[in-house]
Design a protein around this ligand. Structure first.
Ligand code: RIB
Length: 295
């Protein structure tokens, strides 16, 4: 099994279950409140570790109770936490509304995740020694772009989740080996209305593009063509938070374990579906022992 490194966010998710989103100016009742370890980076690291990968996490938290809990959560899944910096800012939070049917709306306050850190020697060696680097866009873009460039120069496979969607630095997509946007992010990045067209366009720049579409499965594009569709595993969702992160983490873990691309994609799809049947982001992610019997 080759090593996977995640440079990304760790947030404490502040999750309210409510029947629907309120209108502006409206006060309504929710039915529950929980704090749940999350953040796209932490989620992808945990999903990959539970799918069997050896994982290192490069992140930033504050010197507070949330930061200590997030570090302990990663550590409990056997993830190398030596690359987590404690910075002079509160730990990042995500304010999540989960509505009936399981869909969510999320506002992320980056705080510690947004502190611009340089990649120190230790972080550089962790990246260069890995087989895969996973990043998302909840850390400062210059840091993300630097990590991707370092990985690329060292022959490390780069895997990018472009969320939240934002303008990319010039040439960034050309350094991406695997791009995993959801449908909305794909359309926004490509500047087109159709996700298949977006997948085709993005795959003229990034090596492989996998557009995740929830219950509609995933579209896979390479070299300007849609080359495969991965069916979704049918489930009744209760909370879709972190499903996309589960997909990406498991995809990379299985590729790192030597699976073929179609097998890794299928495993990712099944794992993401399982995650939607449970509440919360990181706690919902399945172990490999739960995924493999369903393949
Ligand atoms: O992708 C889900 C994640 O987005 C949540 O855990 C939240 O922290 C935000 O980063």
């Amino acid at each position: 099994m080759s090593r996977v490194v995640v440079l990304g966010s760790a947030n404490m998710d502040l999750v309210v279950r409510q029947p629907r989103l309120p209108r502006l100016g409206e006060t309504m009742f929710g039915s529950s409140f929980r704090t749940v370890p999350g953040g796209k980076g932490l989620n992808q690291a945990i999903a990959a570790a539970r799918a069997g990968a050896e994982v290192a996490f490069l992140g930033a938290v504050g010197a507070d109770a949330f930061g200590r809990e997030l570090r302990a959560t990663l550590d409990a899944d056997g993830i190398d936490v030596s690359g987590i910096a404690t910075v002079d800012a509160p730990t990042g939070t995500a304010h999540i509304s989960v509505v009936d049917g399981g869909e969510n709306a999320i506002v992320v306050v980056p705080d510690a995740n947004g502190v611009r850190l340089a990649l120190d020697e230790a972080a550089l060696s962790i990246i260069r020694a890995a087989a895969y680097l996973m990043v998302q866009f909840e850390r400062p873009m210059p840091l993300v772009a630097e990590a991707v460039a370092v990985a690329r120069a060292a022959g490390v496979t780069t895997v990018v989740t472009p969320a939240p969607a934002q303008p990319l630095p010039e040439g960034f997509l050309d350094d991406v080996d695997i791009l995993v946007p959801n449908a909305q992010e794909a359309r926004e990045l490509a500047g087109v209305d159709d996700e298949a067209e977006a997948a085709r366009a993005l795959s003229t720049r990034a090596g492989l593009v996998v557009v995740t579409r929830g219950s509609q499965g995933a579209l896979v594009a390479r070299g300007g063509e849609v080359v495969a569709e991965v069916p979704a595993h049918a489930v009744t969702p209760v909370d879709t938070t972190g499903a996309g992160d589960t997909f990406t983490g498991v995809l990379v873990a299985r590729l790192a374990a030597g699976s073929t691309e179609p097998d890794a994609l299928r495993a990712a799809s099944v794992a993401a579906a399982i995650a939607t049947t449970r509440e919360g982001a990181s706690p919902s992610m399945p172990s490999w022992g739960e995924v493999s019997p369903l393949l």
